[in-house]
Ligand binder design. Structure first.
Ligand SMILES: C[S@@+](CC[C@H](N)C(=O)[O-])C[C@H]1O[C@@H](n2cnc3c(N)ncnc32)[C@H](O)[C@@H]1O
Length: 263
């Protein structure tokens, strides 16, 4: 699954855009910030090959993870490639559901995470609000919803960015931006050394939501507090990978941040 013509697209996706261990650590910290205790259960929405769920259970023997995705292909990839790498005890603490995140009526959890901007498939206020309300209903009494978000002037026009790795390049292309609707189309391309570029390996048709809109919607969905985690700046002037709660971001051309709703 996912290894068409000898090209393992999920392998390159993971190497290019995912940092499951760091994300799992971040989720634990965010929960501790909110409730001053350790989280145990984490639901990974839009989980695809559920790499984050696997990293979550590796972080502690008391931890459980639930992954939810509509598409059986990445779920099977995770079952075949990531689950076997876990110890049997860790494996038994991961559950995966082939389901719509809007339908999901699953065991309540401490954390729901929606990473890599996947909720941006919801293009209307009503649909996004429905998703946030579903999350609110599926969280325990002391619990958080964590979503990442990106923006900056750079996302308001088409652009392409290449990231070079040792044996391949990853391309993140923004194909279009519609200022009337805030809709934008993105593609991921890969190029392995000595091979032709593999175009549009993944495509995302999204509405770009702002942090202010997300905050309003989370409050409307019933979350009592909403916090923004913004990346700090290193000595070189670039992001340092350390995210802290803030009320004020800086207006960089492109930024990634996290928004956290506490129940
Ligand atoms: C951008 S990928 C997310 C990958 C992963 N979460 C990550 O952090 O890299 C989006 C995933 O969302 C899934 N998806 C889209 N709509 C969904 C829905 N309504 N319910 C559940 N999964 C959905 C797709 O099948 C796809 O695997």
């Amino acid at each position: 699954m996912g290894k068409t013509k000898g090209f393992d697209k999920y392998f390159y996706y993971r190497k290019s855009v995912q940092a499951p261990k760091e994300d799992a650590k971040f989720l634990g910290r965010v929960y501790k910030d909110a409730y001053n205790k350790k989280a145990e259960t984490m639901r990974e929405d839009f989980c695809a090959a559920f790499a984050l769920s696997c990293a979550w259970v590796q972080g502690g023997a008391e931890r459980k993870a639930l992954g939810v995705d509509l598409d059986p292909e990445p779920l099977n990839y995770g079952r075949e490639n990531y689950l076997p790498k876990l110890k049997p005890d860790q494996r038994s603490r991961v559950e995966v559901y082939e389901d719509n995140v809007l339908n999901a009526s699953l065991p309540k959890v401490d954390i729901i995470s929606a990473m890599n901007f996947s909720y941006m498939i919801f293009k209307t206020r009503a649909n996004l609000l429905q998703y946030l309300e579903t999350c609110h209903n599926n969280l325990k009494e002391q619990a958080v919803l964590v979503m990442d978000c990106f923006g900056g002037a750079g996302v308001m026009e088409p652009n392409i960015e290449e990231t070079k790795h040792e044996d391949f390049s990853y391309f993140w292309e923004q194909d279009s931006y519609n200022p009337v609707t805030n809709e934008a189309l993105f593609h991921i391309h890969f190029k392995r050394k000595g091979e032709k570029k593999r175009k549009r390996v993944f495509t995302y048709d999204w509405r770009l939501w702002s942090l202010a809109e997300l905050k309003d919607l989370m409050l409307e969905a019933g979350f009592h507090k909403v916090s923004i985690y913004w990346e700090g700046t290193g000595a070189d002037g670039d992001g340092n990978g350390i995210y802290r709660r803030t009320e004020k971001g800086d207006d960089s051309v492109a930024w990634v941040s996290y928004i956290v709703g506490s129940k």
